[in-house]
Design a protein around this ligand. Structure first.
Ligand code: ADP
Ligand code: MG
Length: 702
């Protein structure tokens, strides 16, 4: 099996398998359900279940699981074997019924529900998402048949990340079709959001990882001085992939390809030990499933290679963090990309209307979009180093910006800047037509050719929420546009005027400059753009009136579901910071302070010994170092006590929102105050006394 084409997707019960294993009638019925959402009869479900089970059993599977995505952000699975009750002779058969395929039952109260479920009414259901194919996942327990499902409570509230995503895909489909019809397109039947999620991650040596409690408990370092070398030489980005990493990537690719995940691009990222993996884009729900598989596989394969994969957004202070660039576009069933401007966007009225709607949507709901990427870990990234700022703005690039400006000033556009010929000055290198636009790495929401790239999502987060919000807000703008334009007498004029109106009203969200600069923060404020630097500031956007109206209108979330999600967000934030605080307390109390005490005793001993042995010897070096260390030891001890008190106060705060605020305002500053003297000590304490590997040890020897 050397040819990838021979084994790609061999672990997926996909289109080809279904056609092969199902009767023509059932295959067509299932296809119709997948394409149009038509209800599936139990008879067909039974046949699909039987075929799926046979396929899995032939490949060695003994168990199946309803694979779902609860609000923890990870995936969950409960394994059931295929065995039937023994017959009279004590024999079993392997079986999977249509009912078992379609519906699973689980304890809803053991997953976060934000007050939606209490333990006495705990029933939750997982229901088969037939639009995302079932697959086999290899594990130490053998291959397991994973049936992608949505997870809802007994009363129908979504308890997962997938249900709202599917609901939002239906919403944007319905509204985007209306836009296409405005332009006389009667042939496209469906519009699907296409998503490609670029995943950034760090890989470090597992042995070193195991020597640091902060990484074990929190996935990131909570102490650590800067090493002498950072990323300033830019020698890691796109650098040669090291042997050990190469072997790891090969395994990752093979595993993912077997599961039908189109791992495509792999390279070293900006920071030392940082890498990226990007698949080929897929429908949003499949992309969300696949991204979960990517994260899982990265972690699993790392272990196999004696490595540890860190998905945390900021594993090392002062070093670039990791994100997930969410590439998003809209594709019809007959292959049209609504975000493809063509070579002359000024002539493409449909594209311009779609673009104007996206701009309107992002401007109106900027705070909500920011919230969709909110995560305690991501607070350390947004606005720092390479990452986009916490302020949402849109980068269009020279070509589109120019067309948009023509619309704004004249109500129409008559020209498009075209790409120039790229000349290298070397006759043997080919000349080619350049992209009409350069890139802007600082923008959180950038147009990149035929898609938007939302770069704020954290590396550890599910991409579902970001896409739920993108789909919903753009559906709303499409809906408004269709309402306004469907009855117009002169469609062409009406569309042009409407496009110009939207661009005029929402131009404040467009920004092509440096998103990292302090000037932008001031400028954004002047423009009235929201800025939520932390997750706690971002969460209220979920329950704002405009958000509730938006989500209820399209049946994506009810007000109750939104309130529960806000509650869960606050709880997650508080829990995350609490674990970090306790870890710092533990490390400082049991490892760092004792190590420094040992070291200052050695220094003290040296001062005395040297003076006894040689009364005129100069012991000022030892003495100064002793003084320096003792001062910082004192500072660390004081800061440790403050942190203990703050953690205690915060953890006792009753209300979830208030508790999250206490962690942000009391505990995080106390954590910073403890880190400072400890990092200073790390720089001077004899390395043999320092109780854990340093940034230099971890980042450069993988
Ligand atoms: P870039 O260099 O702009 O980051 P790539 O071609 O490397 O672009 O693509 C990055 C990600 O975007 C990949 O996952 C890719 O499949 C995805 N992508 C490409 N085109 C589209 C599209 N039309 N819609 C959604 N995602 C796309
Ligand atoms: Mg990219």
């Amino acid at each position: 099996m050397y040819d990838v084409a021979d084994y790609f997707g061999c672990n997926v019960f996909g289109e080809a398998e279904m056609r092969k294993c199902l009767s023509q009638e059932s295959y067509e019925a299932l296809r119709e359900t997948i394409d149009t959402g038509k209800e599936l009869s139990l008879k067909v479900a039974n046949e699909v279940a039987e075929a799926m089970k046979n396929w899995a059993v032939e490949r060695g599977a003994t168990h199946y699981t309803h694979w779902f995505q609860p609000l923890t952000g990870a995936t969950a699975e409960k394994h059931d074997s295929f065995i039937s009750a023994p017959d009279g002779d004590g024999r079993v058969v392997m079986e999977l019924s249509g009912k078992e395929l379609i519906k699973g039952e689980t304890d809803g109260s053991s997953f976060p529900s934000g007050g939606l479920r209490s333990t006495f009414e705990a029933r939750g259901y997982t229901t088969w998402d037939c639009t995302s194919p079932a697959f086999l996942k290899d594990s130490s327990a053998g291959p397991i048949l994973c049936i992608p499902t949505a997870f809802c409570s007994y009363t129908g509230e979504a308890l997962d990340k997938k249900t709202p995503l599917l609901r939002s895909m239906e919403a944007i489909n319905a509204q985007a079709i209306r836009i296409l019809r405005l332009f006389g397109n009667e042939t496209s039947k469906k519009v699907v959001p296409s998503v490609g999620a670029e995943q950034e991650y760090f890989l470090i040596d597992r042995g070193k990882y195991l020597q640091r409690e902060d990484m074990i408990f929190t996935g990131r370092t909570l102490f650590g001085a800067k090493p002498p070398k950072g990323q300033e030489m830019d020698d890691h980005y796109f650098g040669k992939i090291r042997e050990r990493i190469g072997a790891f990537m090969k395994d990752v690719d093979r595993e993912l390809w077997r599961m039908g995940v189109t791992a495509k691009t792999e390279h070293n990222e900006v920071a030392p030990a940082q890498h990226e993996l990007a698949p080929i884009y897929a429908p949003a729900n499949v992309a969300a499933d696949h991204n979960q598989l990517v994260m899982e596989t990265l972690k699993r394969m790392a272990k196999r290679h004696g490595l540890r994969c860190l998905l945390s957004e900021k594993p090392f202070e002062g070093v670039n963090g990791s994100g997930k660039h969410n590439n998003w576009s809209l594709t019809t069933d007959d292959g049209i990309n609504l975000l493809n401007p063509g070579k002359t966007p000024h002539k493409n009225a449909q594209f311009m209307l779609v673009l104007a709607c996206v701009i309107e949507a992002v401007d109106i709901h900027a705070a909500l979009l920011r919230e969709s990427a909110a995560d305690a870990g991501n607070d350390l990234r947004l606005g720092a180093d390479e990452a986009p700022p916490a302020i949402i703005s849109i980068f269009l690039g020279d070509q589109l910006q120019d067309v948009v400006e023509q619309y704004i000033s004249t109500g129409n556009a008559t020209t498009s800047i075209s790409g120039e010929i790229f000349k290298s000055g070397v006759s043997t290198l080919p000349d080619f037509v350049k992209d009409a636009t350069d890139r802007n790495r600082t923008s959180p929401f950038a147009f990149t050719g035929n898609k938007f790239e939302f770069r704020s999502v954290g590396s550890n987060d599910s991409i579902s929420e970001a896409n739920v919000v993108l789909n919903a807000i753009v559906a709303e703008s499409f809906c408004k546009a269709a309402d306004a334009l469907e009855g117009a007498e002169n469609k062409e004029d009406a569309i042009r005027e409407y496009t110009a109106k939207l661009l005029r009203e929402h131009k404040r969200i467009l920004f092509n400059g440096d998103g990292y600069s302090a000037e932008w923060v001031a400028e954004a404020k002047r423009r009235g753009l929201p800025n939520s630097p932390t997750m706690v500031d971002a969460v209220p956007a979920l329950t704002e009136e405009s958000s509730v109206k938006l989500f209820e209108r399209f049946g994506i979330f009810t007000a109750v579901e939104l309130a529960s999600r806000a509650e869960i967000a606050y709880e997650n934030y508080a829990k995350t910071i609490n674990i970090e605080a306790l870890t710092m307390i533990e490390m400082a109390s049991k490892q760092i302070i004792p190590a420094v005490i040992r070291y200052v005793s050695v220094l003290g001993g040296s001062v005395n010994n040297v003076r006894t042995a040689c009364p005129d010897a100069d012991v000022s070096v030892q003495r100064n170092l002793l003084k320096y260390c003792s001062e910082r030891l004192k500072d660390a001890s004081t800061a440790l006590n403050v942190l203990k008190n703050s953690q205690d106060t915060a953890s006792k705060t009753k209300d979830a929102e208030e508790r999250a605020k206490s962690y942000r305002d009391l505990v995080i500053p106390a954590m910073k105050a403890l880190r400072r003297p400890v990092d200073e000590l790390e720089m001077v304490v004899d390395k043999t006394y320092w109780p854990m590997p340093t940034y230099g040890d971890i980042l450069f020897e993988v």
